[in-house]
Design a protein around this ligand. Structure first.
Ligand SMILES: NC(=O)c1ccc[n+]([C@@H]2O[C@H](COP(=O)([O-])OP(=O)(O)OC[C@H]3O[C@@H](n4cnc5c(N)ncnc54)[C@H](O)[C@@H]3O)[C@@H](O)[C@H]2O)c1
Length: 387
């Protein structure tokens, strides 16, 4: 394929919008400078993790920063020497300097609305979780992305860790015998900076349980049905942006998943779990993911988003073995960088939008199960095994 300049590429792309993304992966490989122009919207806490990741990539250029609290866009631009244009809202962002992919790191409740605007404007999207507030809204985003030949992805990036790959391979190779059951857990005492975590469509499931749901479905396959109990343990909180607030979304969740062949798994998450490590998990020794089969079991040390190794127990005579302790460079905040680079490098990343959408359906089903006291059947699925 002949090399073309970025300007020629953009002009040609505009003329052939319909074919842009069928061949985007090939076309990107032909662009001289191979840099994907990225706009980040939502310059709060997590942007401190995203920006260094994005800026570390030779294939990515962060051209725009946006936040409705405009001073945050300005502050992050300065703090990380981004040298980007800054905007006060998404409409100005989309009308501003051209870019290829939007990275959405705002309050959870507005992800769907912002992601839709970006797709309509012809941008690829990486979204923090959840990519939308409901499964229907998320599915509509994916249909829209496909109709416009654009790519859409949703956090988390847990399937990228070497420990996920190790555990998945162990299951697929039959090292645990017939797998029967699994457990996942993630909690802390809750974010103190923003109210949205506790408001309608917030909650510990889309913020925390989402990681375990992605890991367990990634390891055991798509869930067929869900039953859950959700509650609120702390009805009032004091947060930095709004002071004293009423907690509306669940801050305590127990979710049961039915996978194929009778395999059952369980996720517990909440904003009332004492954890001496707080929000940091570097030295976390908890076995947060456990998988049990007829011939062995394995336990992930640390959290699935910050993995510290896997303990395998497959012998009645030998002690359990600590394996796969190397993170291999994996960082939980790498998702946007990895998918951005995947466009430039013309490779398909392991992270997959149908998987993120499936997890969103699980969260919604858990809410329905709590409301109705019933088991909820799921309709979505994704390509599995992932490794
Ligand atoms: N903070 C973390 O460590 C962390 C880790 C992983 C994932 N996340 C996820 O990242 C997202 C953001 O979390 P956070 O902790 O950074 O929250 P935050 O409150 O610190 O930041 C959110 C930012 O988005 C801005 N914003 C809200 N609506 C906007 C809009 N319509 N347009 C532009 N900007 C808007 C807010 O002004 C704020 O600056 C959430 O989905 C959260 O679940 C956060």
């Amino acid at each position: 394929m002949k090399n073309i300049s970025r300007n020629e590429f953009i002009k040609a792309s505009a003329l052939t919008a319909a074919s842009l993304l069928v061949s985007s992966i090939e076309t990107w490989a032909a662009v001289d400078d191979k840099k994907l122009k990225v706009a980040l919207i939502g310059c709060g806490s997590v942007s401190n993790r995203y920006l260094p990741q994005l800026l570390s990539s030779k294939m990515i250029e962060v051209v725009s920063l946006c936040d409705t609290k405009y001073e945050r866009a300005l502050a992050q631009n300065k703090q990380y020497n981004v040298n980007a244009q800054t905007y006060k809202n998404i409409d100005d962002l989309l009308a501003g300097v051209p870019f290829d992919m939007m990275v959405t790191t705002t309050d959870m409740q507005v992800h769907g609305m912002l992601n839709k605007k970006a797709l309509l404007a012809g941008k690829h999207v990486w979204s923090e979780k959840p990519m939308a507030n409901t499964y229907a809204e998320g599915k509509a985003l994916l249909d829209l992305a496909r109709s416009k030949k654009l790519r859409l992805w949703g956090a988390p990036a847990v399937v990228n860790s070497p420990q996920f790959a190790f555990m998945s391979k162990a299951i697929q190779e039959g090292q645990l015998g017939t797998v029967a059951a699994a457990h996942g857990q993630y909690g802390h005492t809750g974010p103190g900076w923003s109210a949205f975590f506790y408001e309608q469509d917030g909650g510990s499931m889309p913020d925390l349980g989402v990681y375990n749901m992605a890991t367990l479905t990634g390891l055991l396959g798509p869930a067929k049905s869900v039953m859950a109990m959700l509650s609120i343990i702390t009805p009032e909180r004091t947060v930095d942006d709004k002071g004293k607030i009423k907690v509306v979304a669940e801050d305590n969740a127990q979710v049961l998943l039915e996978h194929a062949n009778g395999v059952l798994s369980h996720v517990m998450c909440g904003f009332n779990y004492f954890d001496p490590h707080g929000h940091e998990a570097t030295n976390q020794s908890l076995h947060s993911i456990q998988v049990y089969g007829t011939k062995g079991n394995m336990r992930l040390i640390g959290y699935d988003w910050e993995t510290n190794g896997v303990v395998m127990d497959t012998s009645e005579t030998e002690p359990p073995k600590l394996l796969c302790t190397d993170k291999g460079g994996y960082e939980w905040q790498e998702g946007a960088r990895v998918v951005g680079e995947s466009i430039v490098k013309a490779v398909e990343p392991r992270i997959n939008v149908e998987h993120a959408l499936h997890v969103l359906e699980i969260i919604e089903a858990a809410r329905k199960s709590q409301q109705t006291g019933r088991r909820i059947q799921l309709q979505s699925t994704f390509a599995w095994p992932m490794v």
